[in-house]
Every structure is written in structure tokens, then in C-alpha cells.
Design a protein. Structure first.
Length: 129
């Protein structure tokens, strides 16, 4: 039950933060979806950092709340795809391709950096109650 509650709380927080970023960085159908790109790259970095830093020792409810809940609702593959389809629908094939390549390369790089940073940091010991 604590895992479900953690996912619910994390999901509410992640969705709210995502809405805030989308509000601060709006884009039209003919623009690079910068907010979504930033969200997905930042989420990739944060998940990599969290996994490398304390995932193996973290309690299940924390993993569920941070991974599935917070970062799962903060980042989204569906928004990436809808933005790419909207760009191609406007005839902006090159911008759509650039956006997809940036999303993949930067997301992969951010996750790799997050994992590396998390590994060199002092590990955190968690007590599962």
C-alpha cells in the first residue's frame, strides 16, 4: 500500500512540475518543443543519478514514488511523439528530425552523466521500515 501511495504522490508532483515547465516554455505547432525536450533530458539525468546513487539500497516505496511516480509523470514519451507528429503535419520534417535526434542523444547523454555522477557520490544508506 505504501508503494501505491508513493506513486500517487510522486505522480501528482511530477505532473505539476511538468505543467509548470510547459507553462514557462510554451510552444506552437511550428516551434521546437523546447519545454518537452528539457523535461525529458532533465528527467533522464535525474533518474540516472538516483539509480546510481541509492537505487539498490532504497526502500521499494521510495523507488516507486521517485521512479514510476515523480519522474514517470514528469517525463513522457507520448508528448515527444505528439510534438514530432505535429511538426511533420506542419511540413517541418527537418525540425521534427532534429527534435527527435536531440531528444535521443541528449536524453541518453543525460542518463549516462546521471549514472556516472551518482556512482562517484557518497552512497546513501536507507532503512526500510
Amino acid at each position: 500500500m505504501s508503494q501505491l501511495f508513493a506513486v500517487l504522490v510522486g505522480g501528482i508532483l511530477g505532473t505539476g512540475i511538468r505543467l509548470g515547465v510547459d507553462t514557462l516554455l510554451p510552444h506552437g505547432a511550428d516551434d521546437l518543443p523546447l519545454g518537452t525536450l528539457i523535461i525529458n533530458v532533465l528527467g533522464s539525468f535525474l533518474l540516472g543519478l538516483i539509480v546510481a546513487r541509492f537505487w539498490s539500497a532504497a526502500p521499494l516505496w521510495l523507488k516507486a514514488g521517485l521512479g514510476t511516480g515523480l519522474l514517470g509523470s514528469f517525463t513522457t514519451f507520448s508528448a515527444l511523439m505528439v510534438s514530432a507528429v505535429a511538426l511533420t503535419g506542419s511540413g517541418l520534417w527537418l525540425l521534427a528530425a532534429v527534435y527527435l535526434v536531440l531528444s535521443l542523444v541528449l536524453g541518453f547523454g543525460a542518463a549516462a552523466i546521471g549514472l556516472r555522477v551518482g556512482r562517484v557520490s557518497t552512497p546513501i544508506d536507507w532503512v526500510d521500515e
